[in-house]
Design a binder for this molecule. Structure first.
Ligand SMILES: [Fe+2]
Ligand SMILES: [Fe+2]
Length: 198
């Protein structure tokens, strides 16, 4: 998975992409979870979710005959949630460690990671919407096109902080990213979550 993501991003040929990939690697992109307890709340979840979004965007592009630039699809799919990785050397999520119940036999139990909500947002990182953080990080290394910047910033659509700005200004790239993100998180990854629970 990691090698494939690196290859697809490298193939974009975008100036600075190698440095961005190094930053992602060192910053924990490939090990980060995608949420604290909803979809893909596991190590590697962020990369897996991004790969799901990529596959869906490619499928939708073909189904709709949209013929979007496939490097733009790769940039949007793999970088839209980059902000979840964290910033300023601090991870976006940290393990949600719970205290064990003390008993007479074991008065000082080891903390353990919650199964229901394995991660929490890092309290040491000031709150910034993750789509804004994604743009801030990516833009340090590569130049996004106008469409890519807008699609990443708006990827949560009417569920996100920019919900009052979008109507009438949608681009095909934004719509593909938003819908693929929804389908990945609400359908594909939900089903996987249910299967994991069984
Ligand atoms: Fe997101
Ligand atoms: Fe996402």
């Amino acid at each position: 998975m990691k090698d494939r993501i690196i290859r697809i991003l490298t193939d974009t040929g975008r100036n600075g992409i190698d440095q961005l990939i190094d930053y992602m690697d060192e910053g924990g992109y490939f090990e980060a979870p995608c949420s604290s307890g909803r979809h893909m709340a596991k190590a590697g979840g962020l990369a897996e979710h991004s790969a799901n979004v990529y596959e869906i965007m490619i499928s939708l592009d073909m189904a709709f005959g949209a013929e979007l630039n496939y490097h733009s699809i790769a940039i949007c799919a793999f970088l839209h949630d980059l902000g979840k990785m964290g910033q300023y050397g601090k991870p976006g999520y940290i393990p949600n460690m719970l205290k064990g119940r003390a008993t007479k036999a074991n008065p000082d139990p080891e903390p353990y990671q919650s199964e229901k909500k394995p991660y929490i947002s890092n309290p040491d990182l000031l709150y910034v919407d993750h789509e804004v953080r994604s743009i801030a990080i990516v833009s340090r290394f590569i130049e996004l096109t106008e469409e890519e910047q807008q699609a990443i910033l708006w990827h949560n659509g009417l569920y996100g902080p920019f919900k009052y700005e979008i109507q009438g200004k949608e681009t095909p790239l934004y719509m593909l990213l938003h819908f693929a993100d929804m389908w990945a998180s609400r359908v594909i990854e939900e089903e996987e979550g249910e299967a994991d629970d069984e």
